[in-house]
Design a protein around this ligand. Sequence first.
Ligand SMILES: NC(=O)c1ccc[n+]([C@@H]2O[C@H](COP(=O)([O-])OP(=O)(O)OC[C@H]3O[C@@H](n4cnc5c(N)ncnc54)[C@H](O)[C@@H]3O)[C@@H](O)[C@H]2O)c1
Length: 323
Amino acid sequence: MSVRCLYLSRADVETVGLEMHAVIAALERMFLEKAAGRVEMPPKPGVHPGGDAFIHAMPALIPALRAAGVKWVSGFPANPKRGLPYISGLIVLNDVETGFPTAVMDCTWVTAKRTGAATAVAAKRLARPDSRAVGILGCGVQGRSNLEALNAVAEIREVRAYDLDPRAAGLFKDETEGAFSVRVEVVSSPRDAVQGCDIVVTAGPILKTPHATIGPGWLEPGAFASLVDYDSYWSREALAEVDKFCTDDPAQLEHAKTQGYFKDIPPVYAELAELVSGRKPGRESAVERTMACNLGLALDDMAVAPLVCERAAALGLGTWLDL
Ligand SMILES: NC(=O)c1ccc[n+]([C@@H]2O[C@H](COP(=O)([O-])OP(=O)(O)OC[C@H]3O[C@@H](n4cnc5c(N)ncnc54)[C@H](O)[C@@H]3O)[C@@H](O)[C@H]2O)c1
């Protein structure tokens, strides 16, 4: 018996072009399963070749979606200086009946989009519905996908873009302004990308010791912030002002603490599964400061990757490999 497995390159995955609203819906379905305790996701084991570089294994199972597999993903902070992306890796999907691998795919597109989508899932419950102005700090892959996802769930009009590298912010403006019908202003200080914004996304490098640039009083009352780069950007005093600090998985947050991250964060109010299932209310007033610190879950990848594979197979994309 010959068993085959579908290999999808990064270009194949991008050609599938699964829409952002479908990625957001897949995550919401997954979070309902998580709320009901019907998923499996052990903490990420990993190896750490030096500095803040990591290579993590991210296994997960979502029986209701017949989704099982693992992401083997690396983040190397020195890569951009080499002209390489920070994130690289593969997703392997398995058949839930036989355990056989069914697909191997580049993980960068799924990682980018599902992380933006997790911000949108949180924003639907934690941001003010009339949010219009978004501050993006770190105008790379995540800056783009977070803006795309927020634009899918809110009427974003104005974006303030800050990057340590002004060329990156300029490129971000050129690429996103037309694509998302928003006005993008490149700002020259982090403060200008936080103050006066309804939604703030920090997406610079993840650091064990935060640079803690964002001070108290910068995040407006009524604003929502998504901490894609953990707490790296936020001072202890700024975090202490937050009324509702949420995360995608408290167990994973605790695990990260044992590795030296998150030394000084507020207590967790709710996890996204509790907000999506309605077990806990999200925003309850127009002046609350709310925050989501989503660490990125293997479950996110398992919710989205099978959809990409199904559509790729239907479109005849990819390369079938004999096992
Ligand atoms: N939480 C999650 O689920 C999740 C998932 C994927 C990536 N990430 C994290 O998101 C972050 C961004 O990843 P990416 O793929 O977009 O990387 P990227 O290299 O594409 O973009 C990062 C950008 O941040 C800029 N930058 C660096 N330091 C900065 C600072 N102090 N202030 C403002 N800008 C700064 C860089 O110039 C670059 O343009 C990384 O920390 C990554 O680990 C988180």
